[in-house]
Write a protein that binds this ligand. Structure first.
Ligand code: GDP
Ligand code: ZN
Length: 461
């Protein structure tokens, strides 16, 4: 690793009794040694890894004691960043912890950027902003598939697409420049309008396509919020248990993943399910009876997936029929449970009510039908292209917001084209689109657009 050594205060600012300054990098121990005098006189370079030492922080210039400290030494690769890490614990208070940080910084460390310690754990090379964010998504990735999306983004797929779009816009802008420079040529004006129309449509289409992937991207990242609904006793809790037991969540041995977040998730064939914990959603016994069809729909509105459970060994009731109304238009899988018991349900009626929804029969007691259920869940969300793995999914909410804004800007431009607005006005919207897309990959919005134009097209010169 050729990273420099970074440092930051790693405890929350405030009145805590202990504050920690953390260093990470090849020179972490060396830098700490310049400042630290242990009581026994041992140098940190000599101590065993993962040990803690008491002593003083001494200003190497003046020889004066700065703070009383405890220093932990953790040698890579068994550290959060996989680099050498030193943590200097000092008495709390913003003043003293800042003083320690200042000494560390003047002795060879660089102030870490937000999230940089986390980044360190994964990165070896230079990356752009969307890739850096992919790292963050990777940390949070709930399943292999989500991981692949993040990995794809990290290796620059989204960046490449965005760059291509920005290039298109630059070309349009170059033509617009020509038009502004030589307004006396009528055919230039005409050509420009035609070209504008064509290219701006193309850009709009591409942004639209990216936005269309965002829903699935979000699901991969955040998990599919899933509600299990059904009358009392049909087997909702059994279903929940079965899903949780068979699909031991989400394995990531990536440091930084919070356990209690993970445990809410199950991974069904690559589909991360977030089993909704809200009372009245996970278990909606009597819900329809209590609050009615419309209100129930409101409650379930947030769910991405509904698992509607019926009892094979019982006749359909009004409440069952109402549940079908509640879930109309939602992604739903109908589960007819307890097939080990004698049949009393009218399956033809079930299929009729289910309409386009898939119907699966199970015996959770005998562990039958669960495979089919999982298959149904997977195919509901991964029908088609995601298997091919070479699509770009937008899953980061900042990217999605910027794409929406870009879409808006390009639509303004298109509207201008249609209304015959003067081209230098349209240019403003195009420039805005270009800038917004640039923000996704972290290109400076301040870099001179005109400079770029000339660098790329050498207009007229
Ligand atoms: P819930 O009220 O909808 O959450 O239903 P539960 O999961 O609590 O199950 C109600 C009862 O039905 C429990 O006694 C379960 O053991 C039983 N049960 C669940 N699934 C099956 C099944 O497939 N067959 C049989 N015979 N019993 C089941
Ligand atoms: Zn229950």
């Amino acid at each position: 690793m050729e990273f420099d050594t970074i440092a930051a205060i790693s405890t929350p600012m405030g009145e805590g009794a202990i504050a920690i300054v953390r260093l990470s990098g090849d020179e972490a121990i060396q830098i700490a040694d310049k400042l630290f005098k242990s009581i026994g006189g041992k140098r940190l370079a000599e101590v065993a890894t993962h040990t803690i030492h008491y002593g003083h922080l001494v200003d190497p210039k003046s020889g004066q004691v700065v703070e009383e400290v405890m220093v932990s030494v953790m040698k890579g690769p068994k550290t959060f960043t996989k680099e050498d890490v030193v943590e200097i614990n000092c008495h709390g208070g913003i003043v003293s912890v800042n003083r320690v940080l200042q000494h560390v910084l003047t002795n060879g460390a660089r102030l870490a950027e937000p999230g940089e310690f986390t980044k360190r754990a994964f990165l070896n090379g230079r990356i752009d902003l969307s890739q850096a964010e992919a790292v963050m998504d990777l940390i949070r990735a709930k399943t292999d598939r989500a991981m692949n999306v993040a990995l794809g983004q990290m290796d620059g797929r989204l960046s490449k697409l965005i760059r291509k779009l920005r290039q298109e816009i630059l070309e349009i802008l170059a033509h617009v420049e020509v038009n502004i420079d030589y307004p006396e040529y009528d055919d230039v004006e005409e050509m420009t309008h035609k070209m504008l129309d064509e290219k701006a449509h193309f850009v709009r289409e591409e942004i639209n396509k990216l936005l269309q992937t965002s829903q699935q991207g979000k699901i991969l990242r955040e998990g599919l919020s899933t509600a299990i609904v059904g009358r009392p006793n049909v087997g909702k809790s059994s279903l929940l248990n079965s899903l949780v037991q068979e699909n031991k969540a989400i394995v990531t041995d990536i440091p930084g993943t919070t356990r209690d977040v993970i445990e809410e998730y199950v991974n069904v064939r690559g589909v991360p399910l977030r089993l909704l914990d809200t009372a009245g959603i996970r278990e909606t016994e009597d819900i329809v009876e209590r609050i009615g069809v419309e209100r129930s729909r409101q409650v379930l509105k947030e769910a991405d997936l509904i698992l509607l459970v019926l009892n094979y060994s019982d006749q359909l009731t009004d409440e069952d029929e109402n549940l079908f109304k509640v879930v109309e238009g939602m992604d739903t899988i109908v589960i007819v449970n307890k097939t080990d018991l004698p049949q009393h349900i009218d399956m033809a009626r079930v299929r009729e009510l289910a309409m386009e929804h898939k119907v699966v029969t199970t015996s959770l007691l005998e562990d039958r039908g669960v495979d089919e259920l999982e298959e149904a869940i997977a195919s509901l969300f991964f029908a088609g292209s995601i298997e091919t793995g070479d699509m770009t999914y937008v899953s980061n909410s900042r990217h999605i917001a910027l794409l929406h804004q870009s879409l808006h800007a390009i639509e303004e431009a298109l509207e201008g084209v249609e209304m015959g607005t003067p081209i230098d006005i349209i240019q403003i919207d195009l420039t805005r689109t270009w800038e917004l897309l640039g923000e996704i990959i972290g290109d400076s919005v301040h870099e001179s657009l005109i400079d770029q134009l000339f660098a790329q097209f050498c207009l007229g010169k």
